[in-house]
Design a protein around this ligand. Sequence first.
Ligand code: NAD
Length: 275
Amino acid sequence: MTIPALTLNDGHTIPQLGFGVFKVDPAETERIVSEALAAGYRHIDTAAIYGNEEGVGRAIAASGIPREELFVTTKLWFEDQAGDKPLAAIDTSLDKLGLDRVDLYLSHWPAPKNGHFVNAWERMIEIRDAGKATSIGVSNHLPEHLEKVIAATGVTPAVDQIELHPAYQQRDVTSFAAGRGILIEAWGPLGQGKYPLFEEEPVAAAAAAHGKTPAQVVLRWHLQQGHIVFPKSSTPERIRENLDVFGFALTDDEQAAITALERGGRVSAHPDEVN
Ligand code: NAD
């Protein structure tokens, strides 16, 4: 099985499918990430705020997988945006991960009421230039936030990692990003289990037609939309199932029927309210 790689706007590549560790218990993280690496995942998405970077680092070290075969993302928490705090935050994350660089460093939330997200982006450019992050991007940034960081620095984020699943596709953000070569990472790709996505008729029908699970159909929809995804599961069978999405393709009609499930409903917070 080969996981496709997408090319970022800075010329580096990213595996289109990875493994997310939001809400993975720090005490269980080494074991669960080890399961994911053994299953074949090579892209891990963590964050300082998840509290489990050490477990991710231990799993990577124990795996023996060459560093250049792995893609590791972590994120700058919004309370560390001001002044030189981002410079200390990346060092803390690298220490916990046991790495001398991450492949992708993201500004986790803009928290616009705090007024520091442009500073955070300026410091992240320094972090990239110092070699501590190969690529840099943002998360939960709306078009007005993207416009501000680009205008201030002339540096366009490589990705915007946003809540995105069939019921909530954020087309204002995705069309803005497409126009500027920013790839979309879809967080909560399965809707975090917060709405009955798997029972939706187009999802269930495609699952039956292809002999796949509803989760596999939804992940396949993301891949065919061009999104980067990193579903989270702590269950070994589901960890493997979520990776087994490259041996089939949705038809154009199936893809369109799932795209039509848009309802405009976030399952999580609005970026302006997280601060
Ligand atoms: P998700 O949509 O991946 O849902 C995860 C849940 O779906 C699991 O807890 C499990 O209950 C269920 N699930 C997983 N695989 C399944 C399967 N095969 N069959 C049935 N149910 C299954 O949501 P998520 O974990 O929130 O998002 C994925 C990743 O995105 C996170 O782990 C994290 O890395 C990232 N994320 C980022 C942000 C951000 O603000 N940048 C926010 C949330 C998540």
